[in-house]
Design a binder for this molecule. Sequence first.
Ligand code: SDX
Length: 425
Amino acid sequence: MSDKAKLVLGDKTIELPVFTGTEGEKAIDITKLRAETGYVTLDSGYMNTGACTSAITFLDGEQGILKYRGYSIEEIAEKSSFLEASYLVFYGKLPTATELKTFEDRIAAFDDVPEGIKTMIKAFPKDAHPMAVLSANMVSLSAFHHDLCAQDLTPPQKDQAIAQLMGQLKVMAAYAFRHSQGKDFVKSDRSLDYCSDFIHMMTGNKNVKKEVAKALDVLLILHVDHEQNCSTSSVRLVGSSKANIFATISAGVDALWGPLHGGANQAVLEMLEEIKGSGKSYQQFLDEVKDKNSSSRLMGFGHRVYKNFDPRAKIIKKACDSVLATLGAQDSLLDIAKGLEEVALKDEYFVSRKLYPNVDFYSGIIYRALGIPTNMFTVMFAMGRLPGWLAQWKEMVEQPGFKICRPRQIYTGDTKNTYKDLKSR
Ligand code: SDX
């Protein structure tokens, strides 16, 4: 196939370069389009627009493939750890044993937040959504860490920002939970691994079952990165103005909160609870979802990119059974989720629209089994996605020719209005 695309505009024909990625994806490079034709492209929701090139994560939505730096998600989830997978997306290679230990220790050293941040967390109403607490305190860290607010961070400062935010987000998430429960903060215990320490800071119990820590570790691995999703694109957009790293990551937290994005994991559990309480059959619920006049959606289903199974959903669904069995727990909501999936995947509405379970459909079942409350689910997603946000920000600011992101538009408003004095309106 030619590496040029021809565009005919009236009597003018221009050639545009075709860009091919390492996995064979193809894009028409329109960098020169406006200069040569005066035209821009229009693509609401960026359904067909590649905002950047990236070497971090590859998705194939038709095949249901997800790879971090060329490693399949299945292999990483089975053989790696959350911090090792984080190192991989940050630095582009699997760490040696020494590199990993150093990285783990650097993150563990950021085991607290400034007193002012603790005071702010305690100032929130106990029923505040923890994503509000996380977002507000993430950007507020900039007031306490001026050293990391320079326009351009040096490589050592970037490394520090990465380790510091990996440590401090975990701390703020745990503190937000403890505050919501009316309990004192629990100090981090550096002798514990990342996930065990988080659960210890949530529960106050140092004896964390290794199966529980492992289940959380796998869930966090599955959330590490997902190319240019809404929150990562928000991080890139805000970071492109050279806003400091705390403001940049806070933008990712805010975008993730939406129920169409990371907030879906909480919405799935609320949906399953509603079905359980309503006594509706799965088909009755799905018929409501299909009714254009109803606002209900099958939360945890559908995806902008995956038009096949989300590989992460497959891994999580399998893990649900093993985690519940390990913990000797039952969860009727898991049975409802499985039943709903079975009926939906036979229903023409979902089949014709290629709507399959996504990462959020089953993840809440495991969070619940681990004792994490529903309103913390999206915070868990943020913990998992933080490495991806930081890696994508780092890749962007280090990319040659880095520019502020500023999309164009087509104006459709009034064209010739003249001012009328107040008394004549
Ligand atoms: C995440 O981008 C990422 O990578 C995100 C993510 C990540 O790791 O970062 O994977 C994480 O955000 C997963 C998605 C979580 N959100 C949900 O589960 C919410 C429910 N899903 C939908 O709202 C929807 O599927 C989206 C938002 C995920 C995708 O929306 P699109 O691509 O804009 O698709 P659309 O809304 O245009 O839907 C196409 C059709 C429409 O029907 P018609 O107008 O053609 O008749 O499918 C229908 C939609 O109404 N549809 C659904 C549906 N999802 C799409 N109908 C019912 N229930 C659903 N869940």
